[in-house]
Ligand binder design. Structure first.
Ligand code: UTP
Length: 472
């Protein structure tokens, strides 16, 4: 008999008592089949469960969600005031007050890529992985501003090890291990229709990462917020791992976030005009006078179609999940990091589970509610929050699906189109098809140029052939 057994027995009794109170005792149904190692791991998982929260979430399922959204006014990034905001933003970056933060804990189920999405080959000519692309951008901004610009990357327990190995294998892409900080987000169990948690193995509860909204708690619990303060960082440049066009540092946006009268400098956002009524993106709106993002499924058909006198959609500012967040704001929200959580949203998904006979079932229909928190739910907690409208072709070409819209193909084409515009602005002739899209593939490393202006006077004589590929 192992020395650990009496302890396990005691922990098992306690866990069973607690689980019974929450009607979740089935999680221990296969106890007798488990070895001591598996028993210990299952108990660790059970002891860390936020049972009260889970019970509340199940109770609140289907509860009405707040008052009616009202249209919100955005401000344009590109305007006569841009140079002013750019110089303010550049000062913040140069003073070391800005860090980058990438959320990369998602499962990427729609893309179906076997590995963390940050490893996905994303660029049009060389197939550069997303993490490398962002690392090169950060290096470019370091060179330009002389600032250290630390990079924080949120992973999940499901992809942390693979992400860390990737960074190690690539020697942290020349950024220096001390200025790249990887940390894990939390997880949350899925619930079946009866509010019961599922097992993914006889000794393991089925969990998924707790959404990008889990970032705030993870930043606090991992010590990342403290580290930012120690380094003198005051603002976080937040973006998602799957958008190769994300500007890792945007001085104009950062300046607006920090200094614009419409901003309390707590949390600001970027938006793009929705392509059309049917586009399935969350939109910015006011709810009870506060800035919020409303999911497309939560707008009525009437609201989705409503237009102003100029023919613009009233709810047409689509969220592209790019934010500037003040470190102090994140600290204020998470002062009680253990009890802090943004509201959870639920989606009915296929979740493999162990049935009562102990057999693994791979459902072919959705069978359980996955819970996820969204970072934009922190917006209503700000004083005044700015929504800055940018051009889609400059900043948003996500890789979400394996094909069609928001796929590697569409994103690669959008990247190529942006680089074609940059080259054209620098005087290079770009072969184009009848519809105006470039008839060539172009990729420019962020180490070569961070924006169109960086190419001016540096690419004269460059010839781009019809159907050709150009990598700079
Ligand atoms: P998505 O909502 O697109 O989810 O994430 P996903 O997990 O990447 O893909 P699907 O839905 O399974 O196909 C948007 C961003 O938020 C991050 C993702 O890594 C991506 O950068 N994210 C998402 C997290 O960091 N954690 C999560 O729990 C969920």
């Amino acid at each position: 008999m192992s020395a650990a057994q009496p302890d396990l027995r005691q922990r098992h009794r306690t866990a069973l008592d607690v689980l019974r109170r929450f009607r979740q005792e089935h999680l221990l149904a296969f106890w007798e089949r488990l070895d001591d190692g598996q028993r210990g791991q299952l108990l660790d998982q059970i002891e860390a469960l936020p049972l009260q929260l889970i019970e509340r979430l199940d109770r609140e399922r289907g509860a009405p969600s707040g008052s009616a959204p009202q249209p919100l006014t955005t401000v344009l990034r590109d305007s006569a005031d841009s140079p002013h905001w750019e110089s303010l933003g550049l000062k913040l970056v140069a003073a070391g007050e800005v860090c980058c933060f990438t959320v990369a804990g998602g499962q990427g189920t729609r893309l179906g890529y076997d590995g963390p999405k940050g490893l996905f080959p994303a660029t049009p000519c060389t197939g550069k992985p997303l993490f490398q692309l962002f690392a090169e951008s950060i290096l470019g901004w370091r060179r330009r501003t002389g600032a250290s610009i630390p990079w924080f990357v949120m992973t999940s327990p499901l992809n942390h090890a693979a992400t860390e190995s990737f960074f190690r294998e690539h020697s942290w892409f020349g950024l220096g291990a001390e200025s790249v900080r990887l940390f894990m987000q939390g997880t949350i169990p899925s619930l079946d229709d009866g509010g019961k948690m599922l097992l993914s193995a006889p000794g393991e509860i089925a969990v998924n990462p707790d959404g990008h909204g889990g970032a705030l708690r993870a930043l606090a619990q991992s010590g990342a917020l403290e580290e930012m303060t120690r380094r003198g960082v005051r603002h976080i440049s937040y973006f998602q791992v799957d958008n190769p066009l994300a500007r890792v540092i945007d001085p104009v946006f950062l300046g607006m976030h920090a200094g614009h009268p419409g901003s309390s400098a707590e949390m600001s956002s970027k938006a793009v005009a929705k392509r059309n009524v049917a586009e399935r993106v969350g939109v910015f709106a006011l709810i009870d006078g506060r800035t919020a993002v409303v999911e497309y499924s939560d707008l009525s058909a009437e609201q989705s179609n409503a237009m102003d006198l100029q023919g613009h959609l009233l709810f047409g500012a689509g969220s592209i999940a790019i934010h500037a967040i003040a470190v102090d704001f994140a600290k204020k929200l998470t002062a009680e990091a253990d009890s802090f959580a943004l509201p959870f949203h639920r989606a009915y998904k296929k979740v493999p589970f162990i049935d009562e006979r102990g057999v693994l079932v791979e459902p072919n229909q959705p069978n359980a509610w996955k819970l996820e928190a969204f970072i934009f739910d922190a917006l209503p907690l700000t004083g005044r929050s700015l929504v800055v409208e940018v051009r889609r072709e400059d900043e948003f070409a996500p890789i979400k699906n394996a094909s069609g819209d928001d796929s590697p193909q569409s994103s690669g084409a959008a990247q190529s189109a942006q680089f074609a515009n940059w080259l054209e602005a620098a005087g290079v002739v770009i072969p184009r098809q009848c519809d105006g899209t470039p008839d060539c593939q172009i990729e420019i490393s962020p180490l070569r140029a961070l924006c169109a202006a960086d190419l001016r006077g540096k690419v004269s004589g460059l010839a781009v052939e019809r159907g050709g590929r150009v990598t700079l």
